[in-house]
Design a protein around this ligand. Sequence first.
Ligand SMILES: Cc1cc2nc3c(=O)[nH]c(=O)nc-3n(C[C@H](O)[C@H](O)[C@H](O)COP(=O)(O)OP(=O)(O)OC[C@H]3O[C@@H](n4cnc5c(N)ncnc54)[C@H](O)[C@@H]3O)c2cc1C
Length: 324
Amino acid sequence: MLTNFSYMRPKTLKEASKQLAVNGAHLHAGGTDLLGCLRDHVFEIDKMISITGLKELKGIKKTAEGGIRIGALTTVSEVSENPAVRSQYWALAQAAREVASPQLRNQGTIGGNLCQKPRCWYYRGDFHCLRKGGEQCFAIAGENQYHCIFGGGPCFIVHPSDTAPALVAFDASVRIAGPKESRTVALEKFYILPNVDTLRETVLEPGEIVTEILLPPAQGVKSSYRKVRARASWDFALAGLALAVKFNGDAVDSARAMLSGAAPIPWRSRELENSIIGHRLDEATAAKAAEAAMMGARSLKQNDYKIPLFRGMIEEELLAAQKA
Ligand SMILES: Cc1cc2nc3c(=O)[nH]c(=O)nc-3n(C[C@H](O)[C@H](O)[C@H](O)COP(=O)(O)OP(=O)(O)OC[C@H]3O[C@@H](n4cnc5c(N)ncnc54)[C@H](O)[C@@H]3O)c2cc1C
């Protein structure tokens, strides 16, 4: 049973932001994550502020610079099918396609996908864990096969979004509207590690709303998103890699590599990037890069399988990128 709350559907962004700044208010977009959290009493709210009436937050447009802007209320399905996304930002189209199920992709928005709550079963379950203001992370001594191998402590969640790592691989930014002013934040700086704050996943302040995602031009970039999961039907990533590389002849000229299913935030692997820049992606380079990417990994009791899983997946993806 849901606890009672009031529901508002503001007509303007300014009004939505003002209403959202009030204590106990929570933003509603597609509702696919939020309603599950409320139903399971992960947190309670007094007021639901639905932004679904704000048409200006919907759709994908090309920018004057040759990039694109994606409105936060654009559905995940639209992102995966959009021709401009598919032609220039292939990894994003692939990542969006890997999200959940067709029904959830039709209802869930890209803004909601970036801001969704963690999937740790202690957080989602009946446990007063650190992320709910409690004293301990139950995953440390508990069932931790799906938890993180990078960036953990004192909480060990993994970031659940598939689209976020792909967007960071393209150096995307988010435009944020607040009660007083708007700001633009690089998506790479949008997420917060648990050692900074266990109660927040993003830099969003009360009343702030992600309005759009800005992607710079990516002509000449080869990209891919690979997701390994336990089930072929909907499931979150056990291990994933978003790769965006530019070649100069046969060798890699520039690269951005983001791991998913690895850390509490989309995890940039500079070790992987540095191991491939200047090199042809042959078997020796791929093996070295996979090894380097996993150097700093710290597993818990039940998730050390992730390290060889990532290594194998990274090698395969790098070899595929050379051939693509
Ligand atoms: C069964 C299931 C399986 C799933 N599998 C996957 C998966 O494999 N990969 C994956 O990436 N995701 C997965 N998801 C998550 C799903 O993609 C998200 O639920 C969806 O994209 C969220 O979008 P929404 O519009 O429904 O967000 P909502 O549920 O409306 O909101 C989610 C959260 O984000 C906040 N929020 C929403 N929009 C904004 C905004 N514009 N600005 C600021 N805050 C905002 C809300 O306040 C809320 O806290 C799964 C979800 C379910 C239920």
